[in-house]
Write a protein that binds this ligand. Structure first.
Ligand code: PLP
Length: 366
C-alpha cells in the first residue's frame, strides 16, 4: 500500500457550477476567477474545464502566461494589474487586460506606453477600501486614460466587501456609490463575486466574476442558499492503522484527547503537511467508509487520529474522505476550523496527488 493522499477534481462539477453561475446572471458575461492556482484545483485543468466562460481573472502575470502558453484565447484580466514597468510588454505580447487601481499605475502607463494599446479595467473603491480610485477622482482618471496612447477600451470594476451577508446594507451602499461615481461615463461594468451573483441580482452588471461557487462551495457566511453547487474537489486519504486503547489513554501530541472508555482509534494518512488544517479541533467530522467519525487529538504533519467508535468495522486501507462530498463539504470543515472554504482549498500542498475526471480515471498534476 502506497501512501494515498489524493485530491480528485471533478471536471463535470466545475462545468455544472459554471452553468449555475450563468443561470443566476443570465444577462452578464462570465469571467471565471482562477487566481491562486484556481483556488488550489490546478490552473490549466480548471481553465480547460471552464472553457465556456467568456474570460478568466487571475492575480498576476505568473498565472496568466501559462494560460496563453496552453492556448487559452479568451480575455484574461489581471486583478492587481501591472506591478512593474518591466511587465508592460508582456501584457501586450499576451493580450492581457490590467486592472488599473492606483495613480502610480497611471504614471507607469504614461511613462512606459505599451507598444499596442491595452484594454484596461479601472478599479473603483466603492467602499471595501482595499484597491481602487476614490469616486471623486474618477472623471480625472478617465480623462487621463483617454489621453494615453497605450490605452484602448476602458471598463470599470469594483469589489464588494460584505455580499456574503444578504442582510448587510453595505452592499446596497457600495452599488449606489459605484453607479453614482460612474454616472455619465461609458464603459462596461463588473461588480459581482459569487455571493453577489447568487444573492444580489442588482449587482450583476456586464461581467460577473464567480470564484468560490465554481469550485462548489457556498459563498455565504451562513452557508444557506447554494444547494445546486457541486463540490469540485474530493480530498481523501486511507486508514493506515487501527488500535484499541484503554479508558484514560491520551492520544497524539500533547495528549489533548483522552479516551473516555476502551475504544478503537484510527490513524489516517493526512496531516498539515498535506494541507489538512492543524487547527481542526477534536470532533471535526471525517468520513470513514462513508460514515462520519470525529477527529481526535491534534493534527500531526503526516497523520490524524479518528475516533472509530461510530465505524467499529473499519480496517487499515479503508477510504477516508476529509471533505468534498455532498455530505461533507469544505464549508463545514472550515466552520470547525474558524476559517472559510477558500483557505482550505488554497492550502493543499504538493504532496497531495491530484487527479482529474471522475473516480479513478486519469491522473495529473496541478
Ligand atoms: C477573488 C475575487 C473574486 C471572486 O470571489 P469569490 O468570492 O470567490 O466569488 C472576484 N473579484 C475579485 C476582485 C476577486 O479578488
Amino acid at each position: 500500500m502506497t501512501r494515498i493522499t489524493r485530491a480528485t477534481v471533478h471536471v463535470d462539477a466545475l462545468r455544472a457550477n459554471l452553468a449555475a453561475a450563468r443561470a443566476a446572471a443570465p444577462d452578464s458575461r462570465v469571467m471565471a476567477v482562477l487566481k491562486a492556482d484556481a483556488y488550489g484545483h490546478g490552473l490549466l485543468a480548471a481553465a480547460d474545464a471552464l472553457a465556456d466562460a467568456d474570460g478568466v481573472a487571475v492575480s498576476c502575470l505568473g498565472e496568466a502566461q501559462p494560460l496563453r502558453r496552453a492556448g487559452y484565447h479568451h480575455r484574461i484580466l489581471l486583478l492587481e494589474g501591472l506591478f512593474d514597468a518591466d511587465e508592460v510588454e508582456a501584457f501586450v505580447a499576451d493580450r492581457l487586460d490590467p486592472v488599473v487601481h492606483a495613480p502610480w499605475q497611471l504614471d507607469l502607463l504614461a511613462q512606459h506606453p505599451p507598444s499596442q494599446p491595452l484594454d484596461v479595467w479601472v478599479k473603483v473603491d466603492s467602499g471595501m477600501h482595499r484597491l481602487g480610485f476614490q469616486p471623486r477622482d474618477l472623471a480625472d482618471v478617465r480623462e487621463r486614460l483617454s489621453q494615453l496612447s497605450g490605452v484602448a477600451r476602458i471598463r470599470y470594476i469594483t469589489h464588494l466587501a460584505c455580499a456574503d451577508d444578504r442582510d448587510d446594507p453595505t452592499t446596497r451602499d457600495q452599488l449606489q456609490c459605484f453607479e453614482g461615481a460612474l454616472a455619465g461615463l461609458e464603459g462596461e461594468r463588473s461588480i459581482a463575486n459569487s455571493a453577489a451573483i447568487l444573492g444580489w441580482p442588482g449587482a450583476h452588471g456586464d461581467w460577473v466574476r464567480p470564484g468560490i461557487m465554481l469550485y462548489g462551495c457556498s459563498p455565504f457566511a451562513d452557508q444557506r442558499g447554494a444547494p445546486a453547487l457541486r463540490p469540485a474537489l474530493t480530498l481523501e486519504a486511507r486508514l493506515i492503522a487501527v488500535q484499541e486503547h484503554e479508558a484514560g489513554a491520551r492520544i497524539g501530541y500533547g495528549g489533548t484527547f483522552v479516551c473516555p472508555e476502551r475504544m478503537p482509534m484510527g490513524v489516517v494518512s493526512i496531516g498539515y503537511g498535506d494541507g489538512y488544517p492543524r487547527r481542526a479541533p477534536n470532533g471535526t467530522p471525517v468520513l470513514v467508509n462513508g460514515r462520519r467519525v470525529p477527529l481526535a487529538g491534534r493534527v500531526s504533519m503526516d497523520m490524524i487520529h479518528v475516533d472509530l467508535r461510530p465505524a467499529p468495522d473499519a480496517q487499515p486501507g479503508d477510504r477516508v474522505v476529509l471533505w468534498g462530498e455532498e455530505d461533507l463539504r469544505a464549508e463545514e470543515i472550515a466552520a470547525y476550523c474558524q476559517t472559510i472554504s477558500y483557505e482550505l482549498l488554497c492550502q493543499l500542498t504538493d504532496r497531495v496527488a491530484f487527479q482529474y475526471g471522475g473516480s479513478g480515471d486519469g491522473s495529473g498534476t496541478r
